[in-house]
Design a binder for this molecule. Sequence first.
Ligand code: PMP
Ligand code: GLN
Length: 391
Amino acid sequence: MGNVVFDSCGTSIFEEMSRLAMQADAVNLGQGFPEGLEPPEVVEAAMRALRDGPHQYPPMLGLPALRQAVAESARRFLGLDVDWEREVLVTSGATEALADAFFGLLNAGDEVILIEPAYDSYPVIVRRAGAVPVPVRLRPPRWDLPRDALEAAITARTRAIVINTPMNPIGKIFCDDDLRFIAGLMLKHDLVAIADEVYEHLVFDGRRHKTLFAAPEVRDRVVRIGSAGKTFSVTGWKVGYVMADAKLIAPIARAHQFVTFTTPPALQSAVAFGLRLPDSYYDGLRAALETRRDFLVAGLRNVGFDVGDVGATYFAVAGASRFDPANDDAEFCRRLTREAGVTAVPISAFFGARDVRSHIRFCFAKKRETLEAALARLERWSERPEPRAAS
Ligand code: PMP
Ligand code: GLN
């Protein structure tokens, strides 16, 4: 018995590349997870909570302490007023929050605009929710939002737009103008936005996160999603949160109660503690990641990759045409893993039509020695006598 959605979607690119990296004993800069950045005080808070309990189902919407902390942090970092009792839901990771939002808000046949490159779970869960993903593509090298194409993609059936800022995989931050434009479309066409903002605290060079949720005219149409995995460098914990107007939270919470129902209470307590850490924690995280970014980006450029500026997230995207004249990024990533012992992920995996195939993504959120080892391997590989470039 087959399932059209899950039969056709294959294994996630992150899992596939991590398995290959393990088999080849490669330095894994593919799947996006950080190394050595877990704040010890947050881990200790989890240990305390695990020791002291409780260990039973917490409230379905999430521990009050965490929902309060989520609302407080929205005020502290974004100047937003959020009602913790009616407008916040805790989920098992942003992945669950996204699924709950799609299941809770979409009806069969609704269309959902996905801006590509798009995180891999969006189109699959949108389809499983019975809705239809409609891609709008950003293209290298500038990855600008094509406003005309976006507006042209909207039909009478369009219900939602997913906006991921800062954006995985390309590290793009949508500018105020883009957000204003999207807010205008939402009002004109009666849309909701699913704002995937898991990288909200990983914004560099003195810039700050901007959210559609702050636009008063669409405040009641935006579902804002965050992840403790990113904010506290604990991607395995899977603690996420959603904030939205109570009218939107209600159906999303209904979906949540039948997807996971709750999230481990000890981890919720620890995340509540983490969200109240002083600004110095957040500044330190950004500074550590900036240093890692600068090191990897300079090293990749030195090897001969064409790397643009990286404003946010864990990721540097490299144009690989010089080493991969065939522009087959998926095969190139497999080859790089085998030949160089370094793993990246192909950008084509973020495009439904797989038609942007000349770029690969490296995760820089790693310890210095991991990045050094990866660069040393890439340098050796790029200097091998065999001709690699089309020249
Ligand atoms: N959205 C984006 C854009 C992501 O990159 C990720 C993975 N880090 C997620 C959602 C899922 O986050 P979580 O691990 O909290 O489920
Ligand atoms: N978000 C991570 C990335 O983009 C991976 C998450 C996952 O493996 N599903 O690499």
